[in-house]
Design a protein around this ligand. Structure first.
Ligand code: ZN
Length: 296
């Protein structure tokens, strides 16, 4: 099952069609794409029974908003792949490095993003969406607490991130449009049906205006230092996880700041981020409307 946010309304995707959940359920479920996680078990039962008999509408990817638009809590994990920690000049952490991305930076599946400076970088990430929350969730039960998975970009302004010593993560990763999330939330059973859910290929490809393309990141989630179940267990041992929370699980090697020479996003480029069994999201980079693009 795949669910998402079409023009602000909760939809269930059936092939290339989107079914409006509030209409199809005769109002049993709200149209709010965020509210559904508080009733996840009930919704699954309804959706599994209802999905085949409903017809939907065709849709444009540009009308898909952030698949999870207003999570009560947003966790993002830094340095969760050893090859990325290495390229960033850090040793692999003993405990998860956790920061947040503020929800006002969330964006949809196919969007324009204004570059805030000369050092905006890409980070392809698997995003975990919590269904039933809780505290002290054991690793062995973690997947049962996860509603589904989505594709995310943790766009990062490295100038802001490295303003001071020590570096700070959250502000530099929260400018407008810096948290695209989508194209939908694919349920755990949907992803598991075709793939090993603990070993998903994750790729990030840059398209230039002249049509050339380059693979920037080509990783696999099995190389995470803290696996998805480990992250759910570690986070919930300290913070209560709530329905609809999201966890950005970190990025594999290949980011711009780790390259020699370093490389950052430019106006006119288009970025595709794809994860096996889930789908892809896209961002086109445009100039800052405030005209203050600078190296800070
Ligand atoms: Zn990240």
């Amino acid at each position: 099952m795949r669910i998402g946010n079409l023009n602000g309304r909760l939809v269930l995707f059936e092939g290339r069609f989107a079914v409006d959940v509030q209409s199809a359920s005769d109002g049993k479920f709200s149209s709010d794409p965020q509210a559904i996680y508080a009733r996840w078990g009930e919704f699954r039962e309804w959706a599994d029974a209802a999905s085949k008999r409903q017809s939907g509408v065709e849709y444009d990817f540009r009308d898909l908003g952030a698949a999870v638009p207003r999570p009560p809590q947003v966790f993002a994990i830094g340095l969760n792949y050893a090859d990325h920690a290495d390229e960033s000049g850090f040793r692999a952490p003993d405990n998860p490095v956790v920061f947040t991305k503020y929800v006002s930076s969330f964006a949809g599946a196919d969007v324009d993003v204004a570059l805030t400076g000369e050092r905006v970088d890409w980070e392809a990430e698997l995003v975990v969406v919590i269904g039933e929350g809780g505290r002290d969730i054991p690793e062995s039960e973690s997947w049962a607490h996860i509603a589904g998975l989505a594709v995310g970009q943790d766009l990062s302004d490295r100038t802001i991130q490295f303003w001071g010593d020590p570096p700070q993560f959250s502000l530099g990763k929260s400018s407008a449009g810096f948290t695209p999330l989508g194209p939908w939330v694919a349920s755990v059973d949907e992803v598991s049906a075709g793939h090993d859910i603990n070993a998903l290929g994750i790729r990030c490809v840059l398209h230039e205006l002249d049509g050339t393309e380059r693979v920037l990141q080509d990783g696999n989630t099995q190389l995470m230092i803290f696996s998805v179940p480990a992250l759910v267990a570690r986070l919930s041992s300290i913070v209560e996880l709530l329905p609809g929370d999201v966890i950005f699980t970190g990025t594999p090697a290949g980011v711009g700041i780790g390259r020699n020479p370093q490389e950052f996003l430019r106006v006119g480029q288009t970025l595709y981020t794809e994860i096996d069994g889930i789908g892809a999201i896209v961002q086109r980079f445009i100039g800052s409307s405030s005209g203050n693009v600078s190296d800070g």
